[in-house]
Design a protein around this ligand. Structure first.
Ligand code: ADP
Length: 418
C-alpha cells in the first residue's frame, strides 16, 4: 500500500517537474522571440469602435513606409479586423516546420492575427478565457517574426481580464498608445486605460484623439461633431503625452473597408498628416530613425570613373516626389570623360515600403538625383552605399546628368519629405 502511495507521489512529482520544464521552455522561447524585437508597442482603447485597430494598422504601415521592419499582432478575439484593414482576409500563416510564419503584407510589414486562425468570425466567442490565453501564448512563443524594429500589438478593447492577461504575457513592452474619441464618455475610459498601464507597469506613450472633427468632403473645413480637444486636456490632466488628433474622414472608412492602408493611399490628406504626427514620437524611439548626415554628396573627389545614376521621372522630367515617380531614367556615365555611355528607362516597381532602395541597389545604381525624398529613404540608400543628391529641380534628366558631371548641379531644399 505504502509502495503504491510512493509510486503515485513519484508520478505527481514527475508530472510537476515536466510541467515546470515545459513552462521554462516556453518562457525561454518567448524571451528569445521578443528579444529580437527592438520595440513593442501596445495599442489600447477603453472600448470598441473608437478606431483602435485603424490607428494600430496605420501606425504599423507608417513605420514600415519609413523603412522600418514592422510586425503587427492582432490579439482582438472579438473583432480581429487587421486582416480586413490590410486586405489579407482568408490568408493563412505559413510554417517552416519549427515555427509559425506571419503573413507578409509587404517586405517591411509582417502580420499575425487571431483572424487568420478562425474559420469564421464567431468562433472565438465560444472560447473561454484560458483557451484564449493559450492561443495568445502560442502566438507569442511560436510565431517567428525574425528581427523587427517594431511590433505593434492591437489589444482587445477595454481594461478587463482579457487585455490584462495579454499584457502580462508579453515581456518588455516599451509602452502603450491609447486611442479615444472626444466625447466625455470615451474620455473617462482614458483614465481607466492609464491606470491599466500602471497596473501592468507599461509606460503610456501617449493619447490619440481619433474622430476629432469631420473633414467636410466639399470644402475640407473641420466640423467638430463630437467636440474636440478633450483628449489633449485629459492627457494634460493625467500627466501623459498627447500624440495628436485624427479627424473623421470618410476616406478612412472607405480605405479600411477595401483593405487599402489609408496613410499609404491618401498621404496628402489632413488625416494622414495627423497620423504622421502620431507616429513621429514612435520613430524617435528607434535610434536608427535619426537621419544620417551623409545625405547629399557632390564632391569632386568622389566623382571618379564609371557611375550608374538614377533619376525618378514623371511626365518626362525629374519627379518632385521620389516615391511617386512613373519610371526611372538610369544613366551609365564616365565621370572622367564626362560622357554618357548608356541609358535606359525602367518602370517604377510597385510602391512598397523599403522596396526602392533594394531594387535600385540590385540594378547597380550608386548615385540618385532626386527632387524630394524622406530622410528614412535617404538613410536606407546611404546604408547601401548609394549617394543621394536631394533638391534638384524638375528638369530634363539628361540636363541634370550633365550638370552633375560638370559639378554645376544646383540643389535646393528637400521639396517633398515623404
Ligand atoms: P476599434 O478597433 O476601436 O473597434 P476600428 O478601428 O475597427 O475600431 O474602427 C471602427 C470604424 O470606425 C471602422 O469602420 C473605421 O473605418 C472607422 N474609423 C476609424 N477611425 C476613423 C476616422 N478617423 N474617420 C472615419 N472613420 C474612422
Amino acid at each position: 500500500m505504502s509502495e503504491e502511495k510512493n509510486k503515485s507521489a513519484d508520478g505527481l512529482e514527475t508530472f510537476a517537474e515536466n510541467k515546470k520544464t515545459k513552462e521554462e521552455q516556453e518562457q525561454k522561447a518567448l524571451a528569445d522571440r521578443m528579444g529580437r524585437i527592438r520595440h513593442k508597442i501596445m495599442v489600447l482603447s477603453g472600448k470598441g469602435g473608437v478606431g483602435k485597430s485603424t490607428v494600430a494598422a496605420n501606425i504599423a504601415v507608417s513605420l514600415a513606409m519609413d523603412g522600418n521592419k514592422v510586425g503587427i499582432l492582432d490579439t482582438d478575439f472579438h473583432g480581429p479586423s487587421i486582416p480586413t484593414l490590410l486586405n489579407l482576409e482568408g490568408k493563412r500563416p505559413g510554417s517552416d516546420g519549427a515555427a509559425i510564419l506571419p503573413v507578409e503584407f509587404s517586405e517591411g510589414l509582417k502580420v499575425m492575427s487571431i483572424g487568420f486562425l478562425l474559420q469564421n468570425q464567431d468562433d472565438a466567442v465560444i472560447w473561454r478565457g484560458p483557451m484564449k490565453m493559450g492561443v495568445i501564448k502560442q502566438l507569442l512563443t511560436e510565431v517567428n517574426w525574425g528581427e523587427l524594429d517594431y511590433l505593434i500589438i492591437d489589444f482587445p478593447p477595454g481594461t478587463g481580464d482579457e487585455p490584462l492577461s495579454v499584457a502580462q504575457l508579453i515581456p518588455g513592452m516599451d509602452g502603450a498608445v491609447i486611442v479615444t474619441t472626444p466625447q466625455n464618455l470615451s474620455l473617462n475610459d482614458v483614465r481607466k486605460c492609464i491606470s491599466f498601464c500602471g497596473q501592468v507597469s507599461v509606460p503610456v506613450l501617449g493619447v490619440v484623439e481619433n474622430m476629432s472633427g469631420l473633414v467636410c468632403p466639399n470644402c475640407k473645413t473641420i466640423i467638430n461633431v463630437f467636440k474636440a480637444g478633450g483628449g489633449e486636456k485629459m492627457a494634460g490632466e493625467m500627466g501623459v503625452p498627447f500624440l495628436g488628433r485624427i479627424p473623421m474622414d470618410p476616406q478612412i472608412v472607405e480605405a479600411s473597408d477595401s483593405g487599402m492602408p489609408f496613410v499609404y493611399h491618401h498621404g496628402d490628406t489632413d488625416a494622414a498628416k495627423a497620423f504622421a504626427g502620431v507616429v513621429g514620437p514612435l520613430l524617435v524611439m528607434n535610434d536608427k530613425a535619426e537621419p544620417e548626415t551623409k545625405t547629399v554628396v557632390s564632391k569632386k573627389e568622389e566623382k571618379k570613373g564609371m557611375h550608374k545614376i538614377a533619376i525618378p521621372i514623371v511626365e518626362g522630367h525629374l519627379s518632385a516626389h521620389f516615391g511617386h515617380c512613373e519610371e526611372f531614367a538610369i544613366f551609365d556615365v564616365d565621370l572622367e570623360t564626362k560622357k554618357i555611355i548608356g541609358q535606359e528607362r525602367a518602370p517604377s516597381p510597385p510602391h512598397e515600403p523599403g522596396l526602392l532602395p533594394r531594387w535600385l541597389g540590385e540594378k547597380g545604381v550608386n548615385v540618385i538625383i532626386a527632387g524630394g525624398m524622406g530622410t528614412r529613404a535617404q538613410q536606407l540608400f546611404a546604408e547601401r552605399g548609394i549617394t543621394v543628391s536631394v533638391g534638384a529641380s524638375s528638369d530634363d534628366p539628361e540636363k541634370l546628368i550633365m550638370a552633375y558631371m560638370e559639378d554645376t548641379l544646383e540643389l535646393g531644399g528637400n521639396i517633398c519629405d515623404h
